[in-house]
Design a protein around this ligand. Structure first.
Ligand SMILES: [Zn+2]
Ligand SMILES: [Zn+2]
Length: 86
């Protein structure tokens, strides 16, 4: 499993999320949290806007980026721990 060096959490497993997900940690504003695991077992999350775009088959407004798994979990907690979508 790939690892990332987080300034807050040290060495962590990676997660992948659209840029609106880590942004929630900076301004405390939640923008939805739709998460799933990819075929490598890496947790991935999309905000409401990106999830909607994917559903409609259009291009999501935010790029996907690698982020710290513990930070990912913090945003998940901020969104009241939604269940995995797939
Ligand atoms: Zn997004
Ligand atoms: Zn972190």
């Amino acid at each position: 499993m790939k690892e990332i060096d987080c300034p807050n959490h040290g060495r962590q497993h990676v997660a992948i999320a659209c840029t609106a997900i880590p942004a929630a940690l900076l301004d405390g504003e939640t923008r939805g949290f739709h998460w799933y695991e990819d075929d490598r077992g890496i947790a991935c999350a999309l905000c409401d806007d990106c999830a909607r775009a994917m559903e409609q088959g259009s291009k999501p407004p935010h790029a996907m980026q690698v982020m710290c798994g513990a930070c990912f979990e913090s945003v998940w907690n901020m969104n009241d721990q939604p269940p995995r979508i797939s």
